[in-house]
Design a protein around this ligand. Sequence first.
Ligand SMILES: [Zn+2]
Length: 635
Amino acid sequence: MGWRPALTAAALAAALFGIGCSQPPPPAKAQGRVVVLGFDGMDPVLTERWMAEGLLPEFARLREEGHYQHLPTSNPPQSPVAWSHFATGLKSGHHGIFDFLRRDAATYRPDFSIAKYTAPDDLNLFGWHLPIGEGTLENLRRGEPFWLTAQQSGKRASVFRVPVTYPPEPVQRMVSGMGVPDLLGTQGTYSYYTTSRVDQAESGGRVVLMRMQNDGGVQTRLDGPQHPLKPAEGVLQSDLHLKFSATQVEVTLAGRTESLQLHQWSDWWPVSFDYGLGSIPGMVRLRMLAGFPRPKLYVSPIHADPMEPVLPLSYPADYAAELAARMGRYHTLGMPEETWSMNQEHLDEQGFLDMVKTTLAEGEAMLQDALDADDSELVVKVFVQTDRVSHMFWRGLDTTHPLHSESSALARGAIPWIYQEADRVLGQVRKQLKPNDELVVLSDHGFAPFRRAAHLNRWLIENGWLALQPGANESQPLFAQVDWSRSRAYALGLNGLFLNLQQREAQGIVAVDQRDALLSELRSALAEWRDTDGTAVVRRSFLGSELYPGPESAHAPDLVIGYSSGYRASWQTSLGAAPAALIEDNQQAWSGDHCIDPELVPGVLFTSFKPETEIEGIAAMARFLLERTPAGPGH
Ligand SMILES: [Zn+2]
């Protein structure tokens, strides 16, 4: 029976025999907490298979004792969109998150859709830019998350690492998740030190070419944030001295020297970037990937240090440091998993998985902190590790993936491992719940293979809807080579297609009264798009105007592309490039995805109790959870 409330003898008698009594009936539910665990990207097909095989005993028990169902996801089924549905109970037309990226119609450039920092005005004085005021930091998600509604009605909420919670919101305690930048202001820029000129980073990282002395010594630098007061001086730097042997490296950085073994992560390494009038504290982790004579060293993005946060990482503001004092330093970047570095072969598989173990343990410690404090009626924690491992290792599971045959044993075991880890976390949490607590476990979407990368902008060019300038370099991102005077449509983001509309786009040519006809023309053609083997590339396409009524609809794509299973927009498409091929085999480690037709990738929902009806979709969770959360003290 676990923690479910035992019926008292009187209540049992009343229930069985209809015995009335003079006392008022007992409350339907004694005060207990609502504890919500999110496992990003947990897929129903895999979950059901592994429950049946006995690999996930805790999930199987929860299903038996309570309730299990598929949870329909958002359209498109992307994490920031789906978790915004979850938080606010609204759809994208109202909460404003349509994709990881949103396009600026004035420039056709993609912007990060989740959070926005506007620097303060500054006073330019002798080359020093002195900020006037604080600048503003804004979560671009609109609507009110249910934990805030709960908190405002006296129900206390502890919320950890939920995507799209930056800056943090004023609840009992919050640690922000996806949206928190690194010290460079990016979503994660790593550094890769190498002596090989062929190493390159397409995105997400910077390659630093090392000049090594004969004794294995290297004098180089770690680039930090921009000089805050003198932007013309470029970035602040910290000296980095390395001495490589075949199996270890002696690192001197920020006044500390330590030896690292090959394939071993360092502990957090505090780094402070001095700018004369002060310094900016951050921290990195390092990993040696190869030794002398051709050494390689990986340095993580520079995280804000939770001990001395220079970014708003938590609510209350000093909670980040309090937590770090109890559990040690932890990853603070919103999306810390090293997917880009591994995709570009700048980090090894074991390094990636060791890092996942660390972030998982950190997440457990945060959750523990709130469960121990036992002062919140609502506790919400999202674990994203299930999603990240599924992205990077799907090729190990999917026997028809182009990279399956060359997948390592580690790659083949990674997804079963992370699901079993999720099961272990669930078991740990269940042990600590009190009899009246309620447990809800959900995912934001499921998963599918990503075998073929569709260059949607190339498809638009071949069909005459997008035009490049003569002699264009086709792999230029950001539509650098597009001739807008001859272009009627363009693709940007992972599921979005936009018309080049007059009075909206800066160089729009499609008249507003031609919009509907062009959209139907595009939809018919998309439905006919076939891969070389005859498979339909697009399962369904959706009209933005139908999906997204609401005050934020100006940011919506005109069409949302629901790819078939196995397909996804290419990375180049998402950033506005159009390589020569129409569709290509996906040859990168990032081999599973979910940005397809949402019907194909529902999430999962488990509850420790039996709800009156099935939950109709992820946007219905906000109200459902708010209603189940008991009143706070004094109510
Ligand atoms: Zn994902």
